[in-house]
Design a protein around this ligand. Structure first.
Ligand code: ZN
Length: 87
């Protein structure tokens, strides 16, 4: 899985100073069945299983817009700096 090779550590754990291997290629923004978005590797980032569960909960239940927005902002920033020549 290319995404996990590009993002070997869970980016969301890393943000909190925790070093944990990434296990899931997460669609930073929900793809909603959109194939272009589903297969676009630039839309993916590596996180661990527990962060993925957490983030899926944010997407599924209302009231977590702030967390989700923060996640997007954080991941966008990471991809802008690390994603350089890799796209
Ligand atoms: Zn994590």
């Amino acid at each position: 899985m290319l995404t996990l090779r590009a993002w070997p550590l869970c980016v969301w754990c890393q943000r909190q100073g925790i070093c944990k291997a990434s296990q899931v290629a997460d669609h930073v923004r929900q793809h909603n069945g959109d194939h272009d978005r589903f297969y676009d590797p630039a839309g993916l980032i590596g996180i661990c299983a527990s962060c993925h569960t957490l983030k899926s909960g944010w997407e599924r239940f209302p009231g977590h817009e702030a967390q989700l927005a923060e996640y997007w902002r954080y991941c966008d920033g990471l991809r802008a700096t690390q994603g350089g020549g890799r796209a």
